[in-house]
Design a protein around this ligand. Structure first.
Ligand SMILES: Nc1ncnc2c1ncn2[C@@H]1O[C@H](COP(=O)(O)OP(=O)(O)OP(=O)(O)O)[C@@H](O)[C@H]1O
Ligand SMILES: [Mg+2]
Length: 374
């Protein structure tokens, strides 16, 4: 029995409602205008920026209206980008917490670092993509500012920060995530990707799916962020988009890292890596571990082939509190997402079906009770 038929059989036994009914969020269908806009973006000189802003307003407004803020408003919101409001820093620039009176909302304000790795293209791509999508597992773009040289993104504030902050290098006294919460996060993140792949038209490939781009709300519900590198999927007749290689080392699918071939399956691979991180509590690349354990996927590869060794992969911080069968199934999902051959990798819709079942605590208890008293 394949991993999927095994999970499906159990899903049906447990009467999990049809997956499609569980999906919330509007499908988008702006393929044509979006493609022509992305073409404009690829010309990418700063002279185009007014045109880009106009296009964002035209296409984006058709769906969700992101507010346009002035630099003055955002300075006021963050107390002049005060360092005591700093909540993080990444390739795009610094992230501050702020409060914007006009919208009466606590927000995260991400300011492009002009000397950084990313630029105007990522900024406009992020604004456009986030203006077009709407789903409970995708972060909401409150607005943006493109005054003069400034490129600033304003998001809903996610009080629990990123998944990365909850999995690795925990602060003294910080509680590790329990098994069910880890699976709940995996399901939400998978649904966000499924929406981008199956409900956006053309499909959107996130390209930078990783633990630091999964943000968590007060109740640890996940939302995907960082669409700056996102790409529109292939058009009819083509099976992949060729693109210069960007993303984060370790999370990139082999065909993308080696040949720049980008499909929705590239995101599926990255999802498999994050699922392994959730299960093991290990970073995808960790130079502080012994050489043979530094690359999580290479370390896990032989262990994934031997059921007897599955428990060796579990995060010791779980202190043995996880359902054994749930672990086996979660690892089976990770393994099929990490297939080297993109063709044989799962699609996100199947991954959602399989792991939704794993995130139901009642079912986990029943499964373990059955295992103990066959
Ligand atoms: N909307 C938000 N709400 C709360 N915290 C956020 C929000 N967006 C980002 N952060 C915090 O800021 C940190 C930096 O985010 P950012 O997206 O700039 O970089 P990154 O994802 O860590 O790295 P990279 O640039 O390599 O993708 C995040 O890890 C998170 O802790
Ligand atoms: Mg990020």
């Amino acid at each position: 029995m394949s991993w999927l038929s095994c999970c499906r059989a159990e899903v049906h036994q447990c009467n999990v409602p049809c997956k499609k009914k569980l999906i919330v969020g509007k499908p988008i269908n702006n393929g044509k205008s979006l493609r022509s806009f992305m073409h404009t973006l690829s010309l990418k000189t700063d002279d185009n920026k007014d045109k880009m802003a106009e296009e964002i307003r035209r296409i984006g407004k058709a769906k969700v209206s992101a507010s346009i803020f002035t630099f003055r408003e955002l300075s006021a919101a963050t107390n002049n980008f005060n360092s005591n409001r700093l909540i993080g820093e990444g390739g795009f620039g610094r992230v501050y917490q702020g409060y914007i009176e006009a919208v009466d909302q606590v927000v995260a304000v991400k300011q492009l670092d002009r000397n950084g790795m990313q630029g105007s293209r990522e900024f406009f791509s992020e604004v456009l993509m986030l203006s077009l999508v709407q789903h409970p597992n995708l972060v909401n773009l409150v607005g943006y500012c493109a005054d003069g040289d400034q490129r600033i993104l304003v998001y809903e504030y996610m009080p629990k920060g990123s998944l990365e902050n909850h999995l690795f290098d925990l602060a003294p006294g910080q509680q590790p995530l329990d098994w069910n919460t880890r699976m709940k996060i995996a399901v939400g993140a998978a649904k966000g990707l499924e929406y981008l792949h199956d409900f956006a038209n053309p499909p959107i490939i996130l390209r930078d799916f990783k633990a630091s781009n999964i943000l968590l709300d007060e109740r640890l519900n996940p939302k995907l962020s960082d669409f700056g590198l996102a790409k529109l999927g292939p058009t009819k007749g083509k099976d992949h988009v060729s693109t210069r290689i960007m993303g984060t080392y370790g999370y990139c699918a082999p065909e993308y890292a080696m040949m720049g071939m980008l499909t929705t399956k590239s995101d599926v691979y990255s999802f498999g890596v994050v699922l392994l991180e959730l299960i093991s509590g290990r970073r995808v690349i960790d130079v502080n571990r012994p050489t043979e354990e530094q690359n999580l996927v290479l370390w896990a590869e032989p262990l994934l082939k031997d059921r007897q060794k599955f428990t060796l992969m579990v995060d010791p911080l779980l202190k043995g509190n996880y359902p054994v069968k749930g672990l086996c199934q979660a690892l089976a999902v990770a393994a099929i997402c990490l297939k080297k051959d993109a063709e044989t990798r799962a699609v996100m819709a199947d991954v959602v079906t399989a792991i939704e079942f794993l995130a139901r605590p009642k079912d986990n208890e029943i499964i373990d009770a059955e295992l103990l008293n066959p």
